[in-house]
Ligand binder design. Sequence first.
Ligand SMILES: [Fe+2]
Length: 203
Amino acid sequence: MESYYIEPVEPVLRRFVEDVRNIVAREAPGRGRLDALRAPVEQLLVDPSWIQPHFLEPVPGTTATWAVYRSQDPDLCIFTMVVPPLNATKVHNHLADGWVGLVQGGQIERQFRRFDDGSRPGFADVRKISELPIRLGEITSIETPDADIHQIVTTSREASVSLHVLCNDLGTVERQTFEPEEQRATTFVSGYTNVDGASAIGR
Ligand SMILES: [Fe+2]
């Protein structure tokens, strides 16, 4: 069973999920799939008013992730990420391809690249390669493995909110945060703010 966490499910969202699931079924993971996903994500964000107010809610002192949709096969999740004013996420990876669109506030994205092979537990040589402001309505890609590590900083007085469309069930995936200065990697499972036991489906 796929799961929607939005009621009622707006037709625009239902159509988007159908389109995207067809693309995910048709296209093997990689550049082609990512390119094919771009237009539907852009289209979905032309009018983001279907995103109800509780998906924009910050949780003080931490990053909130509000699940909107998760497929049964863990190959598609849609969620909002809410980063409080002047807060930053940890440097983190996603282990999947996808697109992220900014729907409220302002952000800076710091992109990092990993230079070690990941074979030493707890060690990671991760270095910042860029730092760019993200404009409202802009979409940015996440592409594993080479463009998969980043940090998001909210630059606005209101919380920043970005809609994520990723080709896994991100909240249930064992992935890493990084402390570049200490060359340290820590494995974690993020869950979703609005899903108890987020691993109940999709794994
Ligand atoms: Fe991220």
